[in-house]
Design a protein around this ligand. Structure first.
Ligand code: FAD
Length: 296
């Protein structure tokens, strides 16, 4: 799995499949179910830490299911489309709304699943609807309603089930197939400038220095300050276990400096959590997902 994750660590999956279509994806899951094999869907693997022991069962990658269609101000992208490709396609035709995601690794499926967010915006804000397969492999559509400000008391008008790094897809065996975003006409040159600014900011913060999975911990607002600021104050920048190193530029990012093992990264994560717990009595919640055969 080191080949299929942004951390570039992790042992092998028993089976790794890249379906070319939704039909092939369904067929793969049916076969896995018939053989009583566990399965998991991944996009770019940019928010996961796979154990050195690998993953039991079938890993289904969406990356080859990646068409984009645009009708008016609605852009639909299949789950495996890279977020950066969607940003590029929308900006080329002068549609704004997704540029805040510029330079963020990941697929559309992963971004919807995580409700990815940065620079004060999150994916759910521009989502119109999401097509997915439910636990019975039946096609379903989640329509996202946005608050208009005119709701009466008790009326539900929320970006249903979405929140900070939270989506209705978490904890469910559902497969996101495609997402439709409602965008806004904007000058392509202005959009291009914004894209470059976001990308430069990520470069400055060292996002592309070495393999990583972006922020290690969520930013719990009750802490009053970002996880990175707390960890920086506690002297974690540059702390290393094997080839796993807390970024010298951003204390909430762990880098793989070459041959880090998943266990090195996880031990570093736990050390950071323990230190913050001792100092503040609070537990930092990991944003990265630990998947696969962990020993304990
Ligand atoms: C350098 C760097 C910077 C980053 N910056 C940010 C940032 O600014 N903001 C942010 O939010 N994140 C950031 N991330 C984390 C990551 O890029 C995002 O969370 C991204 O949305 C994950 O997408 P993915 O395709 O890689 O998901 P994966 O890592 O492949 O999967 C993540 C989860 O989504 C599920 N999933 C994926 N696709 C599907 C699908 N089709 N159907 C059902 N479930 C699915 C998986 O099962 C898994 O549970 C960063 C990562 C890196 C490496």
């Amino acid at each position: 799995m080191a080949l299929h994750t942004s951390f570039r660590v992790g042992g092998p999956a028993d089976l790794y499949v890249e379906p070319l279509s939704v039909e092939e994806c369904i067929e793969t899951i049916r076969l896995a179910q018939e053989c009583s094999l566990p399965w998991i869907v991944l996009g770019e693997g940019s928010n996961v830490l796979v154990a050195d022991g690998g993953i039991e069962g079938v890993v289904i990658s969406t990356l080859r299911i990646c068409r984009i269609t645009i009708e008016g101000t609605l852009l639909t992208a299949e789950a495996g489309t890279k977020v950066d490709s969607v940003v590029k396609a929308s900006c080329e035709v002068g549609l704004g709304g997704l540029e805040f995601l510029s330079g963020m690794p990941g697929s559309v499926g992963g971004a919807v699943w995580m409700n990815a967010r940065c620079y004060g915006s999150e994916v759910s804000e521009v989502l119109e609807h999401v097509a997915y397969l439910d636990e019975f492999l039946e096609l379903q559509t989640l329509h996202v309603t946005h608050p208009t400000g005119g709701e009466s008391e008790g009326e539900v008008s929320q970006t249903a089930g979405f929140g900070y790094k939270k989506s209705p897809f978490q904890g469910k065996p559902w497969i996101i197939l495609h997402a439709t975003f409602r965008l806004t006409p904007e000058d392509p040159r202005v959009l291009q400038e914004k894209i470059q600014q976001y990308r430069q900011d990520r470069e400055k913060k060292g996002h592309y220095l070495a393999p990583s999975a972006g922020s290690v911990f969520k930013n719990d607002r009750s802490f009053g300050e970002p996880a990175g600021v707390i960890l920086d104050r506690m002297g974690f920048k540059g702390v290393r276990i094997g080839d796993a190193e807390v970024s010298p530029l951003h204390a909430n990012i762990i880098l793989n400096r070459g041959t880090a093992r998943a266990s090195d990264i996880r031990t570093l994560v736990e050390r950071m959590q323990e230190a913050v717990h001792r100092a503040y009595g609070r537990t930092l919640e990991p944003e990265i997902l630990f998947i696969g055969r962990w020993e304990s």
